[in-house]
Design a protein around this ligand. Structure first.
Ligand SMILES: [Zn+2]
Length: 662
């Protein structure tokens, strides 16, 4: 049994002063929390600025304290061992536990800076000859210097940052401290560094928690009498199970509310690296964002059930693309107005108008950024939830995904799904790891190289697939469809790639490596094998059984009365009377789209975008069955294969008929 940590974001609406029983309303509570966070932020910011130099970063990075002993993992303790003292503003009384929280936050910021410093140092040491792109050898040299788990997005961002510095100063930055200003300090208090003298948290029923915390009663407390214990009731969201253990939270003020970010731990089962029989393989597709198959290992062979699982996010991706374009447009306008404003004085008559417009543009830009952020986050969790649900429903004990580090650059081909950034994919993998842990499903990355190049049906990974635009255009070159000239396989290219991934995973599971510190599981070895597609066995229907018993033809053709065609087929009489023929609402012809009236507004809020029932008996676009055939992704813009539950006592492909769940 191990433990999984997640954070619930809660809001505190009121509090009670423990000693006096005085009720603290929301506005006053927000002010007191803001005073506490401001005190901690002040200490943290001064500490970070004072230590923002190469010598002090070296000292923290060495991991050895002044006494020659290894620094403890707790940040505030490490800073104290290094002798980096912090002090509150003069005349202000701040208890030692608040100082600890401030030091903890400073230590976290400085340790994050150490990570960025290592990245920048590695990038500078292996600066590519051609600044446009690194060669294979240059990538290898860079990867050898970088710590594990650095994403391609990180490398790209740091490379751009270094190049900007190089263009401006014509020399490489000597250290991170030259490249960057000291990091911004968020106004929050990490109560995890404190103990019972500052904070306690306990359960209050199944859906609540009772937070006790000492808060200042004035902005600049002069003595311990200006601090008081507050009891803050916090309602927990339904995602926190009753058996979860609560940890000390982080408090902050956001949008005029006191927010409590409450971490909780739940026990999860152990997911072994090997011994899997049923697994799910997912490919980062071009036709769908995630395309998966369920595979079963039987007698050393992998059998799939011939059902592709597709999560298509092309709608969301197109929307994100449009929003990003708007964001760039707004940012350019904002920069232009800034330049104009810099050229005139506040006494100028145009200044007031321009600055008002500039401010509005800034607000709009912020909103657009938030919209993009929220959409990315929602897409991440929707796709991850769908993938884990599919694996759990199929009885899989392992999920194999392509390793993003080995994902080949696929050029500019592919639809909207291929344009989603690598950062979103990385977050989806993280979310899949988190959710799969709850079901004790292992998540293993496999090498992506050649997954969509070779046929999954024949040749054990040697017969090369041809890619063409469509199944009826096998002779042309394209990317959407895969065709194997050796065995005649003709299927969606991502589906073929997903079969290759699940076969690599299940056949190579003995080569699974678990990273010592991150726990990330990987299969570097490539074990190739064919995947057979087995349809689920179905009991013959009553008609089929009777036909077999009586040796009759199951599908008899009607006796042909007159096979020879000697006259033209007579026209069917039209059903609509001549008066109604030109009325688009009653004509049996599909009307011109522009003549269809808008559907009437329904009561009960805004109608979801997309399909709406048409009024009247006549429905030119029958959409009811389409709406129900997709999984509920939480988006109107994302479509996904529905999750079908398998009967409990069976499991895996080729065994049972899936049953639709609501
Ligand atoms: Zn083949």
């Amino acid at each position: 049994m191990s433990r999984l940590t997640a954070t619930a974001s809660c809001t505190a609406y009121a509090a009670v002063v423990e000693a006096t029983g005085e009720v603290v309303p929301q506005a006053l509570l927000v002010r007191r929390v803001a005073w506490l966070t401001a005190l901690a932020r002040d200490v943290t910011a001064r500490l970070v600025v004072a230590r923002w130099n190469a010598a002090d970063l070296d000292a923290l990075g060495s991991g050895v304290g002044l006494d020659g002993q290894v620094l403890p993992s707790k940040g505030w303790m490490a800073l104290r061992r290094l002798g980096w003292a912090a002090s509150p503003p003069s005349g202000v009384y701040v208890c030692d536990r608040v100082m600890r929280c401030a030091q903890e936050q400073a230590a976290r910021l400085l340790r994050l800076a150490l990570h960025r410093r290592r990245l920048v140092a590695a990038i500078v040491a292996t600066w590519p000859q051609n600044t446009g792109a690194r060669t294979g050898a240059e990538w290898q040299a860079l990867r050898a210097l970088l710590p594990d788990g650095v994403t391609a997005a990180d490398i790209r961002n740091r490379t751009r940052q270094t190049r900007a510095y190089l263009d401006e100063h014509h020399t490489f930055p000597a250290d991170l401290t030259e490249l960057e200003e000291p990091p911004n300090v968020a106004a929050q208090v990490v109560l995890a560094a404190a103990d019972r003298q500052l904070v306690t948290v306990e359960r209050a029923g199944d859906d609540g928690a009772r937070l006790r915390v000492r808060l200042p009663l004035v902005e600049w407390p002069a003595s311990s009498r200006d601090w008081a214990w507050h009891v803050v009731p916090v309602a927990l969201p339904p995602t926190v199970p009753p058996q979860a253990a609560l940890c000390a939270p982080t408090v902050r003020v956001a949008k005029g509310r006191a927010r409590v970010d409450l971490p909780f731990q739940i026990p999860v089962g152990f997911a072994p690296a090997t011994g899997h029989r049923v697994g799910c393989g997912f490919d980062w597709g071009l036709n769908g964002l995630l395309v998966g198959v369920v595979g079963k290992l039987t007698d050393g062979r992998v059998i799939s059930d011939g059902r592709p699982l597709i999560y298509d996010a092309s709608g969301v991706s197109a929307k994100l693309h449009r929003l990003r374009g708007e964001r760039e447009h707004l940012a350019a306008k904002h920069r232009h107005l800034d330049r104009l404003l810099a050229g005139i004085t506040p006494a100028d008559s145009r200044y007031a108008t321009l600055s008002a417009v500039c401010q509005t543009l800034g607000v709009e830009h912020e909103r657009l950024c938030a919209r993009i952020r929220n959409l990315n986050k929602a897409l991440t969790w929707s796709a991850a939830r769908w993938a884990v649900d599919q694996a759990a429903a199929a009885g899989a004990t392992v999920i194999y995904v392509e390793d993003l580090a080995t994902l080949e650059a696929r050029g500019r081909r592919g639809g909207w799904n291929a344009r989603l950034s690598g950062q979103v994919r990385g977050r989806i993998v993280e979310a899949i790891r988190h959710l799969a842990a709850k079901y004790a499903i292992a998540v293993v990355t496999v090498t992506a190289r050649g997954t969509s190049r070779y046929c999954p049906r024949c040749g054990d990974g040697t017969s090369v697939l041809q890619h063409c635009p469509a199944p009826d255009r096998l002779g042309e070159r394209g990317w959407r469809w895969a065709y194997c000239p050796a065995c005649g396989l003709s299927c969606d290219r991502d589906w073929a790639a997903a079969e290759r991934i699940v076969s690599r995973g299940l056949l190579g599971q003995h080569a699974t490596r678990t990273h010592r510190s991150t726990g990330v599981r990987t299969i570097h070895a490539i074990v190739e094998g064919n995947v057979a597609r087995a349809r689920r066995t179905r009991r013959p229907t009553r008609a089929a059984r009777r036909a077999r018993r009586t040796r009759a033809d199951l599908h008899p053709r009607p006796a042909a009365r007159d096979r020879a065609k000697r006259r033209p087929t007579p026209k069917r009489p039209t059903r609509t009377p001549a008066t109604a023929r030109n009325n688009p609402m009653t004509s049996s012809r599909v009307p011109d789209p522009r003549t269809v009236p808008a559907p009437p507004p329904t009561s009960g809020g805004q109608r979801p975008a997309g399909h709406a029932p048409q009024p009247g008996r006549h429905q030119p676009y029958r959409t009811g069955h389409v709406r129900n055939s997709h999984h509920r992704t939480g988006f109107h813009h994302a479509k996904a294969t529905p999750v079908l539950m398998l009967a409990k006592h069976r499991g895996g492909p080729g065994q049972a008929t899936p049953v639709r769940v609501a």
